[in-house]
Design a binder for this molecule. Structure first.
Ligand code: GSH
Length: 316
């Protein structure tokens, strides 16, 4: 790799995806290092970003640069093809302004809304709405903030198009609707359907809409198979707990916790209600004197899952 470009990122980070998107738009090849966030940061990440200790970090010929907005500007300065920032200084300044606005106003308010409740949440949602209104006006009926092509503000704005809807779904509030923001919703659709964006950005951390329904249907199918397998048996292993019972602890204990934590609307639990063998087995399994002591406390498990995957549907 002639240019020797390396990116330290994290799969669900809108910030590191920005850097990958910019490099892809420029056609720059890079080596990607996935960080294990939040608790297992590599010594290289800490070495290259000792101040913030965050992704993304771009390494160009061994020299590190941190902070996504700074990295985007650097990328645009080094690789001239497909400019990201406008050519005229005033327009460049405006693009920088709106990019910073997205991080300072939209991202902060949405994160605040996700992490708060009641009055505080209402206030944060209102703040996010006001910020989106300003962006709606700025965008007008243009295809992109960059005009006809994706530019600096669009790259930064992928956090709105790709992440905000997932956050809305997880935390159960509504922000970016076609009625309220026709320009932004049209822009968001176009952006996410752009071939390079599709390759660089994952739309959401949680499965959404049809994809989520399909995943739930698949899980329901699998539960039916287990139901059949249990026919006429006390445990999968027969009269006593066996190998399959031990492995299936996930079904008996983790699935209900996941449903509670991630808002599958109880789809799997209600499916289990229709499966008498499996339901009886789940109850017997979790109440088994030995099993009981091997299971983590329920609320503890839910809190842990939420801290790992970041949804707090359970506490809605
Ligand atoms: N302002 C930074 C934000 C980067 C950021 O928040 N990165 C998160 C991942 S989304 C991170 O590395 N978190 C690790 C931590 O906070 O310890 C940027 O634009 O690059």
């Amino acid at each position: 790799m002639a240019e020797h470009v390396q990116v330290f990122g994290f799969w669900e980070s809108a910030f590191s995806r920005r850097v990958e998107l910019a490099l892809k738009l420029k056609g720059v090849e890079y080596q990607y290092f996935e960080e294990d966030l939040p608790h297992n940061k590599s010594h290289l990440l800490l070495k290259y970003n000792p101040i913030y200790k965050k992704v993304p970090v771009l390494l160009h010929h061994g020299k590190p640069i941190a902070e996504s907005l700074v990295i985007l500007e650097y990328i645009d300065e080094i690789w001239k093809t497909n400019p990201i920032l406008p050519q005229l200084p005033h327009q460049r300044a405006l693009a920088r302004f709106w990019a910073k606005f997205i991080d300072d106003k939209v991202v902060c308010a949405v994160v605040k809304a996700a992490g708060s409740k009641e009055e505080e949440r209402k206030k944060a949602i209102e703040e996010a709405r006001e910020a989106l209104e300003a962006l709606e006006k700025e965008l007008k009926s243009n295809n992109f903030f960059g005009g006809e092509e994706i530019g600096f503000v669009d790259i930064v704005g992928t956090v709105i198009a790709g992440w905000v809807p997932a956050i809305e779904e997880c935390f159960g509030f509504e922000l970016l609707t076609t009625n309220n923001f026709p320009n932004l919703t049209k822009w968001s659709e176009q952006l996410l359907n752009h071939a390079v964006v599709l390759g660089a950005i994952i739309k959401a951390r949680s499965r959404q809409g049809k994809e989520k329904e399909e995943a739930i249907a698949e899980a329901c199918e699998a539960l039916k198979t287990l139901e059949d397998e249990l026919k006429g048996k006390r445990f999968f292993g027969g009269e006593t707990l066996g190998f399959v019972d031990i492995v299936a602890n996930f079904v008996a204990y983790w699935i209900p916790a996941i449903e509670e934590g991630f808002g599958f609307d109880g789809a799997l639990s209600s499916e289990m209600e229709k499966l008498p063998n499996l339901r009886r087995w789940c109850n017997e399994f979790v109440e088994h004197t030995i099993v009981k002591h091997t299971l983590p406390p329920k609320q503890h498990l839910i809190d842990f899952l939420i801290s790992q995957f970041g949804t707090n549907v359970a506490s809605k």
